[in-house]
Design a protein around this ligand. Structure first.
Ligand SMILES: NC(=O)c1ccc[n+]([C@@H]2O[C@H](COP(=O)([O-])OP(=O)(O)OC[C@H]3O[C@@H](n4cnc5c(N)ncnc54)[C@H](O)[C@@H]3O)[C@@H](O)[C@H]2O)c1
Length: 285
């Protein structure tokens, strides 16, 4: 299947990432079915998407008619069987290998022969997920960045078992969604997290080593290196818990000491200082 032939997309899990991905799909004119574990969570995701589309109208990025048309393309369900006629399904459930394996096995039972199955995992092996399926050639990674409606990058991850057709269809779909995809192999952290996670960990270690405040560290990197955002503000945006989890996964996979989460971040996570989402991290929000 080519990306141009994709008429319907399924998104499994409508949390932070899944709701954002579903929003991007309906805004690009593609009929989308979102799957959640309860009707209430599905409804909540729809409300969040409606809210963000409404903000887009206020800011003049889309018209009220375009918002209504986009919302009309979205249905939600708690029954995976409703994804039967999807050409591509993007999985964005919790980062739990067994839960993901279970979803992929269940998806295979319902989707058609030609459907492509993508995972949005940040840190799990796409190959291990693919190997659970009968037809691993149609499994790829489509790694969106948070917030999915805003950040243009999608890492299209190919395993050794992925077919060229599946990789190109996923790449073409990301392109149709208005994103800027890249292709990469299924290695720990893919491209961005492999580089960013140890780099941000180094920044946090420098806080203590150099006796510098978070404000001054961010000033150093924005004023001295022209980063668009300082490292502490970036970790607050990502979420301290998410960053620690990703560091642990990368450290488990590759074993470099720089990849292990710094003590300070583990403490912040344990104290609930998670960044923007908890109202306090390195900075107060
Ligand atoms: N948050 C990020 O910054 C980010 C960025 C890129 C990729 N990711 C990856 O995206 C995935 C989702 O992350 P998130 O931050 O959106 O998580 P989240 O906790 O916000 O959302 C996960 C959603 O999946 C739902 N869910 C759980 N089990 C399900 C199932 N069996 N069927 C259907 N829905 C189910 C949950 O109810 C929840 O709404 C993870 O694999 C994560 O690694 C996250």
């Amino acid at each position: 299947m080519s990306a141009a032939e994709v008429r319907k997309v399924g998104v499994v899990g409508l949390g932070t990432m899944g709701a954002g991905i579903a929003q991007v799909c309906v805004q690009a004119g593609i009929e989308t079915v979102g799957h959640e574990v309860s009707e209430e969570l599905g409804e909540r995701a729809r409300e969040r998407i409606a809210h963000y589309l409404g903000r887009g109208v206020e800011k003049g990025r889309l018209t009220a008619e375009e918002r209504d048309a986009a919302l009309a393309r979205l249905t939600t369900t708690t029954d995976l069987a409703d994804l039967a006629d999807c050409d591509v399904v993007i999985e964005a459930i919790v980062e739990d290998p067994e839960a993901k394996r279970e979803i992929f096995r269940a998806l295979e039972e319902v989707v058609g022969e030609g459907a492509i199955l993508a995972t949005n995992t940040s840190a799990l092996s796409v190959t291990a997920i693919a190997q659970e399926t009968e037809r691993p050639e149609r499994v790829v990674g489509m790694h969106f960045f948070n917030p999915a409606p805003v950040l243009p990058l999608v890492e299209v991850v190919r395993t050794e078992l992925s077919s060229d057709e599946a990789v190109e269809a996923a790449y073409g779909l990301a392109d149709r969604l208005g994103k800027e995809p890249i292709r990469c192999n299924d290695t720990p952290g893919f491209v961005v997290n492999r580089i960013l996670i140890p780099l941000l960990n180094d920044c946090v270690r420098v806080l203590d080593e150099a006796g510098v405040s978070p404000e001054d560290l961010d000033k150093a990197m924005t004023r001295g290196v022209n980063w668009p955002i300082g490292p502490c503000a970036l970790i607050d945006l990502i979420g301290v818990d998410i960053h620690v989890h990703a560091s642990e996964a990368l450290h488990d996979a590759l074993g470099e000491p720089r990849m292990a989460p710094p003590e300070r971040l583990v403490r912040m996570r344990d104290e609930g200082l998670l960044g923007r989402k908890s109202g306090r991290g390195f900075f107060a929000y």
